[in-house]
Design a protein around this ligand. Structure first.
Ligand code: GDP
Length: 373
């Protein structure tokens, strides 16, 4: 049944493949077999198929070098830039060098997944943190906004901001993979311009990917760009099933541990927190409910991890251990109420002074910030 010669998607021109769901040209084997039985049928990749039939886009990622040519296009264009960030993984959301490319173009930084923030988190503090972090990266956002692509919260505000800042120009939406950019674009399509036939696709120069353009009606468009792969994301270390396990879906419920010094908490097999020195205090863990937390004595922690990772401490699963990076230690001296943020996992709030260490898989960032609660 399978043909030998390469097949290309009639929609975007990507080479058809059945192996990698996140790469261009993907189509499930069974669907391809079905399309191939009809000699006259045009072959569409899954992404173009969904776009045509359900008016819905699915995420695709591209490699960094392709992204550079895309960034060049953005830099040479008088346009508004929307940079979508996952507020649970700021560092994994950073597009390296974005600030150099945007030039004088206005930028709106959109912090997505607001629905997962506990209700008592100050939204103002989170936005301030987004603003400060953006500045630390050299980006000078004109606005920051928290949205939930999932629930649609504040997507209307985003559209109002876009109207205010684009001033008759095109809009580029950029982001790394997994920040929720596709979900956001889908919300925008559903809420604002559910007109399938007006969505056009054309190639991004220098890339294998088509672009999604949503017309504003004045000859200008909102342009969805492919997601750039960021190697610092914990998402790349996990299977989609395990990712579901740790990617928070509901408002996070705090879990408080009364810790003495020399105690350790494991966040599954993905993170570790050592309370090294300081008075007994309540430390608060904000992570997905499904992620198992384990407390142990600091002096036993290394052996505990070695013994239980892949079984009691999951993810990672036992079968994934061979490729799983080791946990890397970051030590912090805490003076005021501080959040220790584990990229993509959540955070731990330490209220009182002390010396702590936080561990995350190699390449996954651990950063501190002023507590947001
Ligand atoms: P993309 O790679 O940036 O296009 O990201 P996707 O739109 O595919 O979303 C990545 C993951 O984040 C998926 O598991 C989504 O369900 C989830 N996600 C996206 N937006 C939100 C949101 O607003 N809230 C929550 N809780 N999850 C979201």
């Amino acid at each position: 049944m399978e043909k030998q010669e390469a097949l290309y998607c009639i929609g975007c021109g990507s080479r058809i493949q059945t192996e990698d769901k996140t790469a261009p040209g993907f189509i499930p084997k069974s669907a391809l077999a079905k399309q191939l039985t009809d000699e006259n049928a045009d072959i569409y990749c899954q992404r173009c198929f969904r776009l045509r039939h359900y008016n819905e886009i699915t995420p695709v990622s591209i490699a960094n070098d392709e992204f550079v040519s895309l960034l060049n296009e953005i830099g040479n264009h008088d346009a508004l830039i929307i940079n979508v960030i996952d507020i649970f993984d700021f560092n994994g959301s950073i597009i390296p060098g974005l600030h150099r490319f945007v030039g004088h173009n206005p930028v709106i930084v959109v912090g997505n997944k607001e629905d997962v923030l506990p209700r008592d988190v100050s939204r103002g503090k989170v936005r301030q943190w987004l603003f400060d972090q953006s500045h630390a990266q050299g980006l000078r956002p004109d606005e920051t906004l928290l949205v939930s692509s999932r629930t649609g919260h504040n997507v209307d505000k985003l559209m109002a901001l876009i109207d205010q800042y684009r001033l008759g120009r095109d809009v580029y939406v950029v982001g790394t993979t997994n920040v929720g950019k596709s979900t956001l674009i889908n919300q925008i399509i559903q809420e604002n311009m559910a007109i399938k036939d007006l969505i056009t696709t054309s190639r991004f120069p220098g890339t294998t990917l088509d672009r999604i353009e949503i017309p504003f009606g004045d000859g200008h468009t909102l342009i969805d760009t492919p997601g750039i792969i960021h190697e610092h994301q914990i998402a790349h270390l996990l299977s989609p099933k395990d990712l579901n396990l740790i990617a928070p879906q509901k408002p996070l419920k705090p879990k408080t541990y009364q810790l003495n010094d020399n105690q350790t908490i494991f966040l599954g097999g993905l993170g570790r927190f050592d309370y090294i020195r300081g008075d007994r205090q309540g430390i608060i863990v904000y992570a997905d409910d499904q992620l198992m937390l384990h407390r142990t004595k600091l002096e036993n922690a290394d052996a505990f991890y070695a013994k239980h990772v892949g079984e009691l401490l999951v993810p990672p699963r036992a079968k994934d251990l061979a490729d799983f990076p080791k946990l890397v230690r970051h030590e912090f001296s805490i003076n005021t109420k501080t959040d220790i943020v584990f990229g993509g996992l959540g955070w731990i709030t330490v209220a009182k002074a002390g010396i702590v260490a936080a561990y995350a898989p190699e390449n996954v960032d651990v950063v501190v910030r002023k507590a947001i609660i």
